[in-house]
Design a protein around this ligand. Sequence first.
Ligand code: C2E
Ligand code: CA
Ligand code: CA
Ligand code: CA
Length: 281
Amino acid sequence: SDSFPPPEMLEQDLAEKADVVESIKIANEFQTALENGELSLHYQPIIDLTRGNVVGFEALMRWIHPEKGFISPGVFIPIAEKNGLIVQASRWALGESCRALRRIEARVGADREMYMSVNFSSTDFASENFIDHLYNIISESDVLPTQVRLEITERLLIQQPDNAKAMLQMCKDAGMGIAIDDFGTGYSSLSYLYYFPIDTLKVDQSFVRAMQRDEKSLELVKSIVGLGKNMKMSIIAEGVETVEEARLLQDMGCDKVQGYYFAKPMPEKDVIEFLRNYQPI
Ligand code: C2E
Ligand code: CA
Ligand code: CA
Ligand code: CA
């Protein structure tokens, strides 16, 4: 009974090793996934609460593994960020989502009216010639730079402040929008809101979810909406699942929402169907 390490510690150790082995496997298989076209994109509509219309979409990566089936981006994205494969995946996602936007526009007759919001990681920003690649992909896909929005996290701003500032400024000067994702979950210092050229804050879904049962979360969402408004930024509340949440956000003056209540992320063909049937809220 005095054995060392204690059996439960060994178990934990084994579990961790299994995780490591699994993530090495996923890392290798992700390379194959990129080459074999196992990745696809789903698009989630972003809705303007003041006018009721669809203003754009967020592109979200999907991986259907030939044997394992659906693998969550929550699992493979962090792995791809660590081993650098995300760089290639992001370029593909930007090009593909911009071309999809052009096709969607053509099908529903909404020329240049909507935007595409694409997630980028700090690995992307640290990659060689990131900005040149961005410009090239955008011009080749024939969307306007103003139709492209970059979603980044606070981590990027904290990790590489000077580099990030210079690069984001170039993106902004070219006409792209810049949104801070998962706002409120990262860092307590808000000074970076002045330092970086940011135009949109995305309120993290954990706060939206807790808003109705937890006074503190409600106050937090209100503060973020107020802060964003004072700074002339646009606010998108994420993870809106009920009409009550949507009304509450509308009353606070939150201008945009995204969530299952309006639409789940969906493949391109369903987006066209969705837009044709959409009734402004
Ligand atoms: P995120 O960027 O915060 O994306 C929002 C996540 O919330 C998505 O999960 C979306 O499907 C989900 N969601 C949207 N509305 C609701 C709702 O009403 N209720 C609930 N419960 N969930 C909702 P998903 O697609 O699983 O993506 C997870 C994360 O993976 C993303 O979080 C993002 O950090 C990352 N990710 C996904 N695609 C990409 C990509 O192309 N590039 C990068 N770098 N990261 C990506
Ligand atoms: Ca996002
Ligand atoms: Ca988010
Ligand atoms: Ca997230």
